[in-house]
Design a protein around this ligand. Structure first.
Ligand code: AG3
Length: 282
């Protein structure tokens, strides 16, 4: 059995399973007005951030999630210039978006400033682009931000949130999607982390329904591995104001930056839905 002092464990009570990561030490723990944040140093994954008992990022494997939350949507949109990241306080998505030279401005709207301050301390690599002149970091409620924003004011909205409970719950409903649709310009795309295809199939199906009901004409999900999240397999769901068929393959092939996971073939393959997901979506 695992010695509790040496392992961080996230238990998935509804799915009769758990994930353990061997840790060297707990480096930090605090309760913010929004949530409990813990930072660990691990044996193999580098630093680990945990929020309310749920794994968020490690040095070792965050590239999978952050590349797949950003590059597929940025190479699907015909000409993305302005991007909002809702949540994303560790700044990993922000950093990937800023790799795109044609992007002119990125606003990150994170409700809990402590996530970003701790990321700056413990995950400096993820925060390496925080001072890019195109980046703006706000610490306010993303739901309110979208409500207050002008219509037709953004090309891409990336919702990089925690699970759909607690502070993130209001990011998964029709009212929020309607506001996003209103803020997006004509070719605009919303992309949102949408949990595990295996454990949360119903959530993915209900997101598709709710996005459609909110008025988005095209919706599709993409899939990628993520060891530290429940089931080790994760997804993101895109909702387009226009169609989502415009993969700018040549631009993706000629991307002027390095990636560890994303490439043209991964992009195409990621959108292939397994049979049980197709069924759940019909
Ligand atoms: N956002 C998705 C976290 C969901 C993890 N869920 C869990 N461990 N139960 C992560 C933020 C990365 N920028």
């Amino acid at each position: 059995m695992l010695n509790d002092n040496k392992w961080f464990t996230e238990v998935y009570p509804k799915h009769g399973s758990a994930l353990s990561i061997e840790v060297k030490a707990k480096l930090h723990e605090e309760q913010t007005p929004f949530q409990k944040i813990e930072i660990y140093d691990t044996e193999w994954f580098g630093k680990l951030m945990v929020i309310d008992g749920c794994t968020m990022v490690t040095d070792r494997d965050n590239f999978l999630y952050h590349e797949m939350m950003t590059h597929p949507v940025l190479y699907t949109h015909p000409n993305p210039k302005t991007v909002w990241v809702i949540g994303g306080g560790d700044c990993g998505s922000l950093k990937e978006v800023l790799k795109h030279p044609n992007v002119e401005s990125v606003v990150q709207i994170e409700i809990d400033e402590r996530v970003t301050r701790l990321a700056e301390l413990y995950f400096p690599e993820l925060c390496a682009s925080n001072h890019d002149a195109r980046a703006q970091l706000l610490f306010i409620d993303g739901i309110q931000w979208v409500k207050d924003a002008a219509e037709n004011s953004v090309d891409i909205i990336i919702v990089d949130s925690t699970d759909p409970v607690g502070p993130a719950e209001g990011l998964f409903n029709q009212a929020f999607y309607r506001e996003c649709l209103r803020c997006l310009r004509p070719d605009g795309i919303l992309v949102q982390q949408s949990e595990s295809p295996l454990f949360h199939t119903d959530l993915i199906a209900s997101m598709h329904q709710t996005m459609r009901a909110a008025g988005f004409p095209s919706i599709c999900s993409l899939f990628f591995p993520q060891f530290i999240y429940p089931s080790g397999w994760w997804s993101a769901t895109m909702a387009g104001k226009g169609d989502l068929n415009g993969f700018r393959e040549e631009a993706a092939q000629a991307r002027p930056f390095a990636t560890q996971y994303y490439n043209v073939e991964i992009h195409r393959a990621a959108f292939v839905a397994p049979e049980f997901i197709r069924k759940a979506l019909t």
